[in-house]
Design a protein around this ligand. Structure first.
Ligand SMILES: [Zn+2]
Length: 433
């Protein structure tokens, strides 16, 4: 079973930093390593390069002809960059060391996002293939490039240019979810069933240029500043989608209270460290992030601009864009730098049952509930092919570990016990899919 630890360390040691440009090392080396691990046990693989060095791996596994509906299991190979000088251990060393939560952890960039799951998947598939425990349902294994920059050179290209690789896939399982949090001493596993949409916007105000010493009621800088202040200070109302209503219902049951829009924020605070993320998914959000105007102190410029990072809930797109237009006012226009749709999969059916049962088999006193993620993953690309998507990368974590802070964080690490736990859960899951 320790193959999961070894593979995780090997993958961390292959630097796949994604800078969102051509500057990084790319995923080719990692893709070849993954393909080798699968080919070793007799599973055929294909490596696809979108541009030189940016590689993804696909394989088809299992299926005895009794079922035509396939299951996609996917993980990304790239990681966000890491500045080694900030870290206690080198981010690409894959070292196993003690951590303050007790026990050994595998340290390094990608330890939780998401070479941990890649390693679980590879170790479990290899073990089952070697021992002939191949699932009767066809399974597609996919390890993608470029997830950390939107998946344009990874999942998006695969779905567009090689949809035949995903033929028959009705459901997909990838990141982010399946990890435990602890609420009032009760361990709770969160399965991702929804993601927020993203609107990166550039606002532009135009006005009349002129000398800085004269009266100018038509000042573009004043206009953009007013709009940015309105947007930054706006308190978006609480909106509970079905996913979050289910999650907060579970938390409410632990805390002995019903869920209402009024107490939703208080209930979310029960999550401790995870509140940072879960607090952002009970409303739309907008954060002003960039400002730009002018070139000399005594010249009023014609134009001023700002960038806003907007995130909106599934089902609340219209409210988001209507409110944004009102907050901007008539004199400020909006262009989209990037715009991604939100999604929400109903939390029901055989696959949800299989995830729940396999978690509870390894941790019988725990609870399992769905959650909505604040960011986006490759799931959005696979949904374009009509799949129901979930995030399920099972990890049983120490109660006091601030897990969500490890994503893209300094000293990213995953407890060795949690990796082993995840591999056992995934193995049970494959018995039931
Ligand atoms: Zn990730």
């Amino acid at each position: 079973m320790d193959e999961v630890v070894d593979i995780c360390r090997e993958l961390i040691r292959i630097d796949t930093s994604n800078y969102g440009s051509d500057d990084g090392p790319g995923e080719r080396k990692a893709a070849e390593h993954v393909a080798g691990l699968l080919e070793d046990v007799g599973i055929d693989t294909r490596i696809y390069e979108s541009t030189p060095g940016r590689a993804s791996v696909v394989a088809r596994w299992g299926g005895d002809g009794t079922r035509t509906d396939a299951l996609l299991l996917h993980g990304h190979l790239d990681v966000v960059p890491a500045a080694a000088e900030d870290w206690a251990v080198h981010p690409f060393s894959g070292e196993v060391q003690e951590c303050q939560y007790g026990g050994l952890s595998v340290w390094g960039r990608g330890a939780v996002d998401m070479k941990d799951f890649d390693a679980m998947l590879l170790s479990v598939v290899r073990e089952r293939q070697r021992s002939g425990r191949v699932p009767s349902r066809p399974v597609v294994l996919c390890f993608t490039a470029d997830e950390e920059a939107g998946g344009h050179l990874g999942a998006e290209v695969l779905v567009r240019d090689h949809p035949e690789e995903f033929e028959g896939c009705t459901e997909a399982v990838g990141e982010v979810g399946g990890f435990s949090t602890t609420v009032r001493g009760q361990r709770l596993y969160l399965i991702e069933a929804a993601e927020k949409g993203m609107a990166w916007m550039r606002l532009t105000a135009r006005g009349r240029a002129g000398h800085g010493s004269m009266i100018n009621p038509d000042n573009a800088v004043t206009r953009i500043a007013e709009a940015v202040a309105r947007i930054g200070a706006y308190e978006w109302p609480v909106r509970l989608t079905p996913t979050m209503r289910t999650l907060l219902g579970t938390v409410g049951a632990i805390a002995g209270t019903d869920v209402t829009p009024e107490n939703a924020r208080t209930l979310v605070e029960e999550f401790g460290g995870a509140t940072r993320m879960l607090g952002a998914v009970i409303s739309n959000t907008t954060n002003p992030t960039m400002l730009s105007a002018g070139y000399k102190v005594n010249v009023v410029p014609t134009e001023a601009s700002a960038h806003i990072d907007g995130r909106f809930l599934p089902g609340y797109e219209d409210e988001f864009f209507r409110t944004m237009a009102e907050l901007c006012g008539e004199d400020v226009s909006i262009d989209f730098v990037s715009n991604q749709q939100p999604w929400e999969t109903p939390y029901d059916g055989a696959l949800v049952d299989a995830m729940t049962r396999s978690l509870l088999a390894e941790d019988p006193d725990a609870l399992v509930a769905p959650f909505l993620m604040s960011g986006g993953t490759d799931a959005k690309h696979f949904r374009a092919l009509g799949m129901r998507t979930y995030g399920f990368t099972p990890l049983r974590l120490p109660d006091d570990l601030d897990f969500t802070a490890l994503f893209h964080g300094v000293d990213e690490r995953v407890p060795v016990d949690a990796l082993r736990f995840g591999a056992r859960v995934l193995d049970r899951f494959l018995d039931q899919v």
